[in-house]
Design a protein around this ligand. Structure first.
Ligand SMILES: [Zn+2]
Length: 249
């Protein structure tokens, strides 16, 4: 089974930049990417989207399932078993949390380990980051385009801003890799709110983002960061699995 650690080395291999990871590039994804020759790659993390959630809420997540059904790849991918910040650290470095040491936003600035975005920048490729302000700030000056969105109570509004920034940065013709992170499902799950509503909002955001990717002939990579964090329900058995989707909408 693939793990989230396979993502960064696969992207590095695709862009032909050096990255030392604890997992191998995925041949099937590389083949798909090479055959589509995308002008830009968007790596989209959907917070708390685990594999059981992806199947249970399939009707609400229609727009995401359609991306797979229309010529996409879907993998069941093992998580690195941690909360959001270290999980994203692993997705972007290909290293386990104990190796990349990124557990808080402060660690992002202090870490000597470079993310695949920074490695691309070093090789002269422009990259972009659309993230919560605290996590984005340490990467100012290291990544060409940084969009921070302040955390807020209205998480639907938060995701709307993430979506808008993601779509607007995809219009920049020199950007090669974009990382973005939406959070409504996670917030709704933590609070015990209606998950159908969260799934529908997320799917509609992804529909708009996929459309923007399509106008750039881009590659869209979607994955969850960890198991769904429910308020009342029993937690999933760990290690959890998340969907990893690769498509060219
Ligand atoms: Zn998370």
């Amino acid at each position: 089974m693939l793990s989230q650690l396979n993502i960064a080395p696969t992207l590095a291999e695709f862009f032909d930049v050096p990255l030392t990871a604890q997992a191998r590039p995925v041949e099937q994804i590389l083949k798909f990417a090479y055959s589509h020759k995308p002008s830009v790659v968007l790596l989209m993390v959907i917070d708390s989207l685990d594999f059981p959630f992806y199947t249970e809420f399939a009707a609400d997540l229609r727009a995401i399932h359609e991306l797979v059904e229309r010529d996409g790849l879907l993998f069941v991918c093992e998580t690195v078993n941690s909360p959001t910040t270290p999980a994203i650290g692993s997705i972007l470095t290909g290293l386990r949390p104990e190796s990349h040491g990124i557990f808080t936003n402060e660690d992002v600035g202090k870490s000597k380990i470079k993310s695949v975005l920074e490695i691309l920048e070093d090789a002269g490729h422009k990259t972009a980051l659309v993230l919560e302000t605290g996590g984005a700030r340490p990467l100012l000056g290291k990544v060409s385009y940084v969009f921070g969105v302040d955390d807020r109570e209205d998480i639907v509004e938060y995701d709307e801003l993430i979506k808008r920034h993601t779509i607007s940065v995809l219009k920049k013709h020199d950007v090669r890799l974009v990382f973005s992170h939406i959070r409504a499902i996670d917030r709704f799950a933590h609070r015990g709110w209606d998950l159908h509503a969260a799934a529908r909002v997320t799917a509609e955001n992804m529909r708009a983002i996929a459309k923007a990717i399509s106008t750039r002939n881009g590659l869209l990579v979607i994955c969850g960061d960890h198991e769904t964090h429910f308020k009342d329900k029993k937690q999933r058995i760990l290690p959890a699995t998340v969907p990893l989707i690769v498509c060219s909408p």
